[in-house]
Design a protein around this ligand. Structure first.
Ligand code: CA
Length: 220
């Protein structure tokens, strides 16, 4: 997977960052620490983080959902963009990766905004629905195991309010979705969701070719 915008020559990508990236020092530190990790490629690109922060501010989000925390870059960038009373319900299965996330949330002073649930995300999302939290979220970011993407999307669509936004990561999957020879489980699941969303009349749609591809689904 790509952790910078696909298809830009390095010189142009560096230019994009040089004239637009406003990355707080704490996020730079987290990105550099995560880059040392063997799975560091799972981290979102900084320009994508900044874009998501802008989206959260544009829709005036106060309550958000995150499916897939990893080391916490996306949750931290969203938490910093939320108002003081803002809240993120964050889902992940890894204590190891989220220990890094927690350390940075605390250091940035936003740990109080983030409720981390260590459990399969489908269980957490189903608990939220059972607790009557449908249509109470303003924003959701889906970036976890690709084989369950459709399940995460369907639950998130119930949990966000009309006018709320769902952002789905890695929908261009380093280009593999466009190569019919690639038929592994994760690629076919992403491809199927992309095709489904194209026809999904419950949402307004844009697939933004930032980073590894970010689909925006705006609930009608
Ligand atoms: Ca991702």
């Amino acid at each position: 997977m790509a952790n910078q915008t696909l298809g830009l020559e390095p010189q142009l990508y560096e230019y994009l960052l040089s004239v637009s990236l406003r990355e707080p020092e704490i996020l730079t530190q987290l990105r550099q620490e995560t880059a040392q990790h063997p799975m560091g490629g799972m981290q979102i690109a900084p320009e994508q983080g900044q874009f998501m922060a802008l989206l959260v501010q544009l829709i005036g989000a106060k309550k958000t959902l995150e499916v897939g925390v990893f080391t916490g870059y996306s949750s931290l960038v969203v938490a910093l963009a939320l108002p003081p009373e803002g809240k993120i319900i964050a889902c992940d299965v890894s204590d190891e990766f989220t220990a890094i996330a927690r350390r940075y949330w605390q250091q940035a002073g936003v740990a109080n905004k983030i409720d981390l649930h260590i459990a399969p995300a489908i269980e957490t999302l189903d608990q939220l629905l059972a607790a009557g939290e449908a249509e109470t979220f303003d924003f959701a970011f889906i970036d976890a195991d690709k084989s369950s993407y459709d399940s995460y999307y369907e639950r998130s669509l119930q949990l966000v309010r009309p006018g709320g936004l769902i952002a789905i990561d890695n929908v261009l999957w380093s280009g593999r979705v466009a190569d019919p020879k690639v038929q592994d489980n994760r690629t076919t699941k992403i491809r199927a969701l992309n095709e489904k969303l194209h026809q999904d009349q419950r949402i307004n749609l844009s697939l933004v070719p930032i980073a590894d591809g970010l689909t925006l689904a705006h609930k009608k």
